[in-house]
Design a protein around this ligand. Structure first.
Ligand code: C2O
Ligand code: CU
Ligand code: CU
Length: 518
């Protein structure tokens, strides 16, 4: 049975917001539009090695200005690495960008020594080699650098890629699975450019409190592309690869998204939604019905994050056009997907508490308030004068000294310190963690390494159906509490501990991260 969530019903009244961008508009602008780039699949070679080469490049994102980029095996972003459950591969990461990086396998359940966290640095010209033994269900994961304190900037320049796990169970389902034909990866990011066409990446109080505020939406590194797909069911593998922005995704003509998978694998059964909220670091796999062959846009609706409502995100913004105009698709929407263990009746006692702190709230939020941002968002009407004042703050507020940056945020009262182990978690045991937000009234998508967990509750309520499966990012509401059930099958020692952090990368780079051993 397709599960029709309560939100589908509640939000049906908002459908008007997207219908104005119907398929007719879409056809009108066809010729000038770029095609959606599909990242190349990369499997282990005959010797079992996956080679990733981080290198500088350049791209034209807007107009004909060249933007200096970083990419992995290409100028921007990386390949889609594909591994199978049970496979043992060697990942060989070469660093040819002019700074120290790391390469973290986000969502992969592997020992700390293979995790690619901030301790496992790869200086320019060096190579890092690690063994990855894949033992977890089929899922859409990703990889990105985890350099402390420069993850945000390295990701902005383009270091990130998909990591897809396949397994037998998912292979037996009739899901669309022809890469780039009816199985379409969508990496959504927002970016801002400096007047000379380079990536904007200033770390000031506005950034370390609010996170990165882009004014251009990119999908797979392209602005408003179009994808020609099979005519039939289409699978979208969606990664919110933005630094800070959440998106509320929907189809321009109101057709449903059937969510089949979350961060760590397939759900028990599809969840039908008109609007899908995706926070940074999260992935969802969703099927859309393109059997009618009619083009539609995937759009993003305004999200309730104050500063993120600046234009062009103050209305419904089209991200990509899907044209299901090719040969007939063969994939189907199964009614049940994965066998899912129910949460245990008897939960273990609380073993860890994590509180997200923002110590420089005032410095980051007050100027926005003074500029009139909160009042504007509340009014629902975009005021160009307010927008100009806020953009001026984003762009011109002074860059922080390293000391100020590193102490702006924290977990459990302390900014991150790479020297200090914060706690130890028991290995191979069901653990109950409580993650909460201090008092700053901001949502934090919190990510934990070395595991896939289940959300027990969020603010006292069970999670939404699309977040009831395997997760590695837990949204913590403003002023709220999320409880999770987590298990760490592998060890992580003091030399290569696991991280738990807010995935708003500007928060992560300014102290909202903690490290632990297993
Ligand atoms: Cu996606 Cu600790 O990172
Ligand atoms: Cu991770
Ligand atoms: Cu945060």
């Amino acid at each position: 049975m397709v599960h029709l969530s309560r939100r589908t019903v509640l939000l049906a009244g908002v459908a008007w917001a997207v219908t104005e961008l119907g398929p007719n508009n879409v056809h009108a602008q066809d010729n000038a539009r770029p095609s959606l780039p599909i990242p190349a699949e990369l499997r282990a070679d005959g010797g079992g090695t996956i080679r990733l080469d981080a290198r500088p490049g350049s791209m034209r994102f807007v107009g004909d200005r060249e933007t200096a980029t970083y990419g992995i095996n290409g100028p921007y972003l990386g390949p889609a690495v594909r591994v199978r459950r049970g496979e043992k591969v060697v990942a060989q990461v070469s660093n040819n960008v002019p700074e120290t990086i790391t390469m973290h396998w986000h969502g992969l359940i592997i020992p700390g020594a293979a995790d690619g966290g901030p301790h496992q640095v790869i200086p320019l010209g060096k190579q890092w080699q690690t063994e990855l033994t894949v033992d977890q269900p089929a899922a859409t994961l990703w990889f990105h650098p985890h350099s402390y304190p420069a993850t945000a900037q390295e990701v902005i320049r383009g270091l990130a890629g998909l990591l897809i796990i396949d397994d037998e169970e998912s292979g037996r389902l009739p899901l669309p699975s022809r890469w780039g034909v009816d199985d379409i990866p969508l990496i959504i990011q927002d970016r801002r450019f400096t007047p000379d066409g380079q990536f904007f990446d200033r770390m000031n109080y506005i950034a370390v409190t609010n996170g990165y505020v882009g004014d251009t939406a990119l999908v797979n590194g392209t602005r408003y592309p179009q994808a020609r797909t099979a005519r039939g069911w289409i699978r979208l593998r969606i990664l919110n690869g933005s630094n800070a922005r959440s998106y509320t995704l929907g189809a321009s003509d109101g057709r449903s998204l059937y969510v089949i998978g979350s961060d760590g694998g397939l759900l028990a059964s599809p969840v039908e939604l008109k609007q899908l909220l995706i926070h940074v670091g999260e992935r969802f796999e969703a099927l859309v019905d393109g059997r009618d062959g009619r083009a539609f846009d995937i759009v993003t609706l305004p999200v309730a994050q104050d500063i993120m409502r600046l234009p062009p995100f103050d209305g419904s913004l089209p991200l990509i056009t899907i044209r299901p105009e090719g040969a007939d698709g063969t994939g189907q929407l199964p009614s049940s997907l994965a066998v899912f263990p129910a949460l245990p009746q008897q939960l273990p006692p609380m073993s860890q508490e994590l509180v997200m702190n923002m110590f420089r709230d005032q410095q980051g939020m007050m100027p926005l308030k003074t500029a009139g941002l909160m009042a504007m968002v509340k009014s629902g009407k975009t005021d160009p004068a307010v927008v100009a004042r806020v953009v001026n703050l984003i762009v011109n507020d002074p860059v922080l000294s390293q000391t100020d940056q590193l102490s702006a945020n924290g977990v459990n009262g302390k900014p991150f310190s790479i020297e200090r182990m914060d706690f130890a978690a028991a290995r191979n045991q069901d653990l109950r963690w409580r993650i909460s937000e201090g008092s700053d009234l901001m949502l934090h998508p919190v990510h934990i390494h070395g595991c896939q967990f289940r959300i027990i509750s969020r603010d006292g309520k069970p999670p939404e159906a699309e977040r009831a499966g395997w997760k590695d990012v837990a949204p913590i509401s403003a002023g709220g509490v999320t409880e999770i059930l987590v298990r760490f099958p592998h060890a992580a020692n003091r030399v290569a501990p696991y991280m738990a952090h807010c995935h708003i990368l500007e928060h992560e780079d300014s102290g909202m991260m903690t490290q632990f051993t297993v």
